[in-house]
Design a protein around this ligand. Sequence first.
Ligand SMILES: NC(=O)c1ccc[n+]([C@@H]2O[C@H](COP(=O)([O-])OP(=O)(O)OC[C@H]3O[C@@H](n4cnc5c(N)ncnc54)[C@H](O)[C@@H]3O)[C@@H](O)[C@H]2O)c1
Length: 344
Amino acid sequence: MIRVAIVGCGSVSRHYLSDLKTCEYAQVVALCDVVEERARERAEQFGIPRIFTDLDEMLSQCEFEMLINLTPMQQHYPVNLKALQAGKHVLSEKPFATTLDEARTLIETARRHGVNLWAAPTVVTSPAFQCMAKLLAQKAVGDVYVARAWYGHGGPSWGPWFYQKGGGCLFDLGVYNITTLTGLLGPAKSVTALMGTAIKERFIEGQHVKVEAEDNAIVLMDHGNGVLSCVMTGFVYGPYHDERTIELVGTKGSINLLGWDWAPKGVEIWDAEAGTWKVICEDQKGYKWYQGGSYLAWCLATGEKPLMTIEHAFHVLEVMLAAKKAAETGQRVEVHSQFSAPWL
Ligand SMILES: NC(=O)c1ccc[n+]([C@@H]2O[C@H](COP(=O)([O-])OP(=O)(O)OC[C@H]3O[C@@H](n4cnc5c(N)ncnc54)[C@H](O)[C@@H]3O)[C@@H](O)[C@H]2O)c1
């Protein structure tokens, strides 16, 4: 049984806690939020014995193995750092840091303290992702040189921080498709991008919020050997079809993801022999985008090697920061980090 504590008891904590409640390998022992009422409400809802309003107090007074960080993006680095320094495994919501220096410090701190650091999203653990990775490895549609993905919505109606410096649609939403496409096509070697802030002010939690981060982004990745991909993301999207949100086009056919990569519904492939589309992998075996805590508790308890790696999350962060730089300067920006693909 892995003892878990959660920091940040806002919107997403409800989903994580409902999933952890059904996990036979995890026991949530404490919750922390700077707003006491939020921690108390979640504790009552899910029967969690202890609450804190101060992370240092939770780290020093409570025994547990893994901290799940569900605070706003701008808080991820300081919270992750404290927990790693206290010798806790950490699962951080995305991105796990907002600069590469911070990210390196966290990875080095985890190594020094002999603990693990992981970051959402968990997309590589879905059956649909694994099915697509297998099809690509088998060259089921020939050689794939081009892919496109998109994910946007109208923007969160809570959390002013989504729109402030250090927030933005790329870190919040683009991160899913970038994780999926680099996971399937391999690390990006360079990136170019266009970004903008279309809606200059939002009305969030009863306040006018000046939008300081991008709310509309298009990122192009060069994966080397002529393999190119495109990710579109934003907080400026009304409802649109969730069919085929990711398309991988090969020389002999295509592989499409049905649904979103965070909520997949199946995989569609061109059956060249039959000359028709075929839908496979419709059973997602209960995959949930908020299963990171239970998945990693299972890995820690059983010794299973997690498919999510911090090297991949670091690469995705480097791609996103390179995209921001590319959009600002109009230049193509190189990306240097690599990662291994345990799903292959
Ligand atoms: N809400 C979603 O649907 C969703 C989905 C996927 C991922 N996420 C990610 O989860 C994280 C949290 O999102 P959310 O929507 O729950 O945000 P939220 O604003 O609803 O909740 C964040 C909570 O963190 C608390 N907090 C802030 N700083 C803190 C600190 N230093 N110590 C303790 N508590 C602190 C706040 O008081 C708040 O209750 C973000 O990284 C977000 O990108 C959210």
